[in-house]
Design a protein around this ligand. Structure first.
Ligand code: PBG
Length: 323
């Protein structure tokens, strides 16, 4: 019988030893919970394609954020569903828009949790695109001007951090300049620096009704086949003054997370997006997988790849599981 001298299994013999040699620790501190907030009065409307997720009224959002804060979650990111959508997404820049209203309410009623706002236009435009449309194309520089307005308006409402998600060239630099000019030089920017044109956003677009009415997002979001380009995108955002970088989606892009982490020293976030969440939910509902084990394995793998922070719809559950 062959007897190997070296036996890695020695380090797996008991749960104590396994814990001693565990390389990656997932903690509630790593998790940011995304929430959808609407102008509607109905407290919570279930999102069909994202079991366990809701569109919350502002009142109900306060209660929900209080409950995740009590579980130790340190941050939430907000997406708004406005009462009215138009060609330029006016609600997103309005000091009384849905996000501004929600941020003010949260800052008045909940402490101990950072309120991050997603800055984009696709939830607010009637055509569902991430900016101003000119000749069937998202007009870059005209969109930058509106992004500056939106960012300053979120800052005035009291947002703790701003997260531009449109993959518009120059978005971080433009927003940094506008925020600084308005006196918000201390407000951090978490840039969706590396965001792919991904089919994994399907359920999210249902949730906020932001499916493009024509065309797609491939003229601004990245081609899933590229990773060297991700380095270039991240480099630009670092130079423009980003405080955090983000890679999105997470699960199909663990290699990209690893590359960005190796090259840049800013804190790195990864977005475990709607489609990644809903696949787990759907399979778990059928009894095909164990939701808790699979979700924690996914989150651990995202962290192992190099993410410091994970935006995930599983944040509330994971906070309970990790307690
Ligand atoms: C754009 C935005 C999107 C997501 C976050 N911010 C959608 C898109 O780019 O189409 C997707 C998040 C998810 O799928 O969970 N505002």
């Amino acid at each position: 019988m062959f007897r190997p001298k070296i036996r890695p299994r020695r380090l797996r013999g008991s749960s104590e030893i396994r814990r001693m040699v565990r390389e990656t620790q997932l903690s509630v501190d790593d998790l940011i919970h995304p929430f959808f907030v609407t102008h509607e009065d109905k407290p919570k409307t279930p999102i069909q394609s994202m079991p366990g997720q809701y569109q919350f009224s502002v009142e109900e959002l306060i209660r929900e954020v209080q409950s995740v804060q009590a579980l130790g979650v340190l941050g939430v990111i907000l997406f708004g569903i406005p009462a009215v959508k138009d060609a330029v997404g006016s609600d997103s820049c309005d000091d009384n828009g849905i996000i501004q209203t929600a941020v003010r309410a949260l800052k008045q009623n909940v402490s101990g949790i950072s309120v991050i706002t997603d800055v984009c236009f696709c939830e607010y435009t009637d055509h569902g695109h991430c900016g101003v449309i000119k000749d069937n194309y998202v007009d870059n520089d005209a969109t930058l001007e509106l992004l500056q307005k939106q960012a300053v308006s979120h800052a005035k409402a009291g947002a703790d951090m701003i997260a531009p998600s449109g993959m518009i060239d120059g978005m971080v630099g433009a927003m940094r300049a506008a925020l600084d000019a308005a006196g918000f030089d201390k407000l951090p920017i978490m840039s969706y620096a590396v965001k792919y044109a991904s089919a994994f956003y399907g359920p999210f677009r249902d949730a906020v009704d932001s499916t493009p009415q024509f065309g797609d997002r491939r003229t601004h979001q990245m081609d899933p086949a590229n990773s060297r380009e991700a380095l270039r995108e991240a480099e630009l955002d670092v130079r423009e003054g980003a405080d955090f970088l983000m890679v999105k989606p997470a699960l199909s892009y663990l290699d990209v997370i690893e590359r960005i982490k190796a090259r840049f020293d800013l804190p790195l976030a990864a977005y475990n997006v709607s489609g990644e969440y809903s696949m787990v939910k759907a399979a778990a509902e059928r009894g095909w997988i164990d939701e808790q084990k699979v979700a924690l394995e996914i989150l651990t793998s995202i962290k192992r790849a190099g993410a410091d922070l994970i935006l995930t719809y599983h944040a509330k559950d994971a906070a309970k599981w990790l307690a």
